[in-house]
Design a protein around this ligand. Structure first.
Ligand SMILES: [Zn+2]
Length: 306
């Protein structure tokens, strides 16, 4: 869903603000974030009201922007709990496996029909691994704060953002959701002039409002919950990464939003053999062809990725 973050930054003026990061490096990257958090996945009890005037077709339309033909992902785990092995459990190894296995999977192909000014969404990505930053994390109220963390984590590890503009940096925090109405979101911005896509995730341990209820026993509850919203945000980042936007529908819903909290299969198998309970992703082609499974509005445009 494309909407203002719950804590709204100061409107258009923010677009021009540059936020230097705290770094001892002589060449500080300049960080500019899109002030709008796109693709928030809403907690199950906080869905948006349906549009008052339904459009003729539920399919998404193209809005002129870029897509992500591929992605280079680096996960960032932010917060002191990520140095606590009990808290970490299977989450870091599990998410590294998730990104590695998503590449080349049928699930990745659920987003590959979408084209943009720079090509077509592909079914592969390159996962470089993860960075742990055990400093105190923030919640998801500010896109600038999260992009700043991306820049800081990369600099601290002598890494630069992928110069192709297809760098994807999901930031997994140890912060609980509390009363926030979303589980995660994605956005975009620039670090030293290079476009980056990034995402924010709350700690979903024990959070019933963001839980896909994976009963497979393959993963901890917290990992299974992060995996499901990870699928949502990555699919949206690839089909609608950055201003002015690529693919979303008449009410601003992106391909993850349109199938949120619906599951076309008990488990989806990735290219590395890992298995996950994941929501499906909207396909215009599947809806038009009548081959998808129904979303929460009964519209048969969701692909399970089997
Ligand atoms: Zn979304």
């Amino acid at each position: 869903m494309k909407r203002r973050p719950l804590i709204v930054l100061a409107g258009a003026a923010v677009l021009a603000v540059t936020v230097p990061i705290a770094s001892s490096s002589a060449a500080r990257p300049t960080v500019v974030a899109d002030p709008v958090a796109h693709g928030q996945i809403h907690a199950k009890d906080a869905r948006f009201a349906k549009a008052a005037r339904p459009s003729r077709t539920p399919n998404m339309t193209y809005h002129g922007g870029v897509i992500m033909p591929t992605a280079t992902s680096t996960a960032i785990f932010w917060g002191p709990s990520w140095s606590n092995s009990t808290f970490v459990g299977d989450k870091i190894t599990g998410l590294d496996s998730w990104y590695t296995g998503q590449s080349g999977s049928n699930y990745a192909r659920t987003s590959d029909e979408y084209t943009g000014s720079n090509g077509q969404v592909g079914a592969t990505l390159s996962h470089t691994g993860h960075i742990i930053d055990a400093s105190t994390a923030s919640g998801g109220g500010s896109t600038s704060v999260i992009l700043n963390e991306v820049a800081r984590a990369l600099a601290a590890n002598n890494q630069k953002p992928d110069p192709s503009g297809n760098g994807y940096y999901p930031v997994y925090t140890d912060v609980k959701r509390g009363s926030a109405q979303y589980c995660a979101w994605h956005s975009s911005g620039t670090v030293s002039g290079v476009r980056v896509e990034f995402a924010f995730f709350f700690n979903l341990d024990g959070d019933a409002g963001c839980d896909p209820q994976d009963s497979s026993g393959l993963h901890s509850q917290g990992l299974a919950a992060l995996a499901n919203v990870t699928a949502h945000e990555l699919s949206e980042a690839r089909s609608d990464p950055a201003s002015p936007g690529a693919w979303y529908d008449g009410s601003g819903a992106e391909n993850g939003d349109k199938c949120a909290w619906t599951f076309g299969a008990p488990l989806v198998t990735f290219s590395n053999g890992s298995r996950w309970k994941l929501q499906g992703e909207w396909s215009n082609a599947a809806y038009t062809g009548g081959t998808g499974y129904p979303n929460s509005s009964g519209q048969k445009g969701c692909l399970s990725g089997l």
